[in-house]
Design a protein around this ligand. Structure first.
Ligand SMILES: Cc1ncc(COP(=O)(O)O)c(C=O)c1O
Length: 393
């Protein structure tokens, strides 16, 4: 009996599975493991959101299938928030579609817009879901590098013209996972003009747009003409510590929004209405002190970890957004070896950069999803490691 499609077999091995297995073994052996590998907030969802959800879940009106293009109240709340936050007007009827988290839409968009053999351009390093989704749509995932030298912004003009000619979409992700880079307006302007010239869709992943420490990041939809060539994916997951709740949306080009809606109406029956109503409450409470406090908490953690890692001689980026820190491996270690040594010698779980693509080699990623005491402990354990042939770093 065939139990796996060729499509599934063709996926690269899930690199993080190996580190996960080792982590579980270490935990089972009773070692004091600190997990800074995964970007899942450690703080509970704010109480005003939980309380709203409890009420909505008890309301029978939320119990039927959530068909069509989503709950009008949630779509309106998104449109209102988008206008307040970015100054962008969206038609809630045609330019917004609720999703079960942004991953739902990011992973389905190639199926909705690409034909077999089309190219999907994916950032390297980048969130692994992009390349996998292009492959599931029987497209060819072509990686383009984002490197420290260019502030982790791609050189769009350097993309292979042959791949570009066959490309139907390009994934962008700012603020960026794993490098924590943000994109300036000039880059979005360049990207929109470039996509118009080459007639392809920009799929901008803005899952981290609200986890910022300096200037609030832009939406690509602020750029004139962006709605002709772009859709942007948003999520409540990180902003409101709601990863498990599965609420997000796509906004932008109405034809792509409609295509995704058609595709998904053949796959699921929408986001639980109680969750959409709760999402509206979260967005309406965006300016509440609890939400500002979350951002401040991540900023304190960022400052704590940066200071500590620098004090042990590690080279780190300076994240202006996201809850990730992108760290250069010391002494020319490759990322798997460094991550492995962190786990075996310091009981610290970090993510090897190569898991995000070949250009992630030479880096590891840590997530600011543990408290400052633990972050300081991570640093102290690294200080004790004998890195660089026994010398201090
Ligand atoms: C870059 C990026 N995009 C999207 C997601 C998915 O988030 P969600 O589906 O919870 O909205 C993640 C999750 O870690 C991510 O790192």
């Amino acid at each position: 009996m065939q139990t796996q499609s060729d499509r599934l077999k063709a996926l690269p091995p899930y690199l993080f599975a190996e580190i996960d297995r080792k982590k579980k073994a270490a935990v089972a052996a009773g070692r004091p493991v600190i997990h800074v590998g995964i970007g899942d907030p450690d703080t509970p969802t704010p109480a005003f959101i939980v309380e709203a959800a409890q009420k909505f879940v008890a309301d029978p009106k939320t119990h039927p299938y959530a068909l069509d293009n989503g709950d009008p109240h949630f779509r309106q709340a998104v449109a209102t928030w988008f206008e307040k936050r970015f100054g962008v007007l969206l038609d809630p009827q045609t330019e917004i579609l609720p999703l079960m988290g942004s991953k739902d839409g990011l992973s389905h968009v190639p199926l909705a817009v690409m034909n077999p053999g089309d190219v999907g351009l994916v950032p390297d390093p980048g969130y692994p879901v992009y390349a996998a989704s292009v492959r599931f749509a029987e497209g060819e995932a072509v990686r383009f590098p984002i490197t420290a030298e260019r502030g982790y912004l791609p050189d769009l003009e350097a993309i292979d013209p042959k791949a570009l000619a066959r490309a139907k979409l390009i994934y962008l992700n700012y603020p960026n996972n794993p490098t924590a880079a943000a994109a300036p307006r000039a880059f979005y302007e360049e990207a929109v003009a470039w996509a118009q010239r080459h007639d392809l869709l920009i799929v901008q992943d803005a899952a981290y747009s609200e986890l910022y420490f300096e200037e609030p990041p832009l939406s690509i939809l602020e750029i004139e003409g962006a709605k002709d060539v772009a859709v942007e994916f948003h999520s409540l997951s990180k902003t409101f510590s709601m990863t498990g709740w599965r609420v997000g949306w796509v906004a932008g080009n109405r034809d792509v929004v409609a295509a995704l809606c058609t595709l998904k109406s053949n796959m699921d029956n929408g986001v639980f209405t109680a969750m959409q109503w709760t999402g509206a409450v979260a967005l309406e409470g965006y300016d509440r002190p609890e939400i500002h406090a979350l951002r401040k908490m991540y900023r304190r953690r960022r400052d704590c970890l940066l200071k500590g890692l620098q004090s042990v001689g590690l080279e780190v980026n300076h994240p202006d957004a996201t809850f990730y820190v992108w760290i250069r491996c010391p002494g020319g270690l490759d990322s798997r070896t460094f991550a492995d040594r962190l786990l075996t010698e310091a009981d610290v779980v970090a993510t090897p950069g190569v898991g995000y693509g070949p250009h992630g080699e030479g880096y590891i990623r840590m997530a600011l999803t543990v408290d400052e005491t633990k972050l300081r402990e991570v640093v102290e354990r690294i200080r004790k490691m004998k890195l660089q042939g026994g010398k201090a770093l």
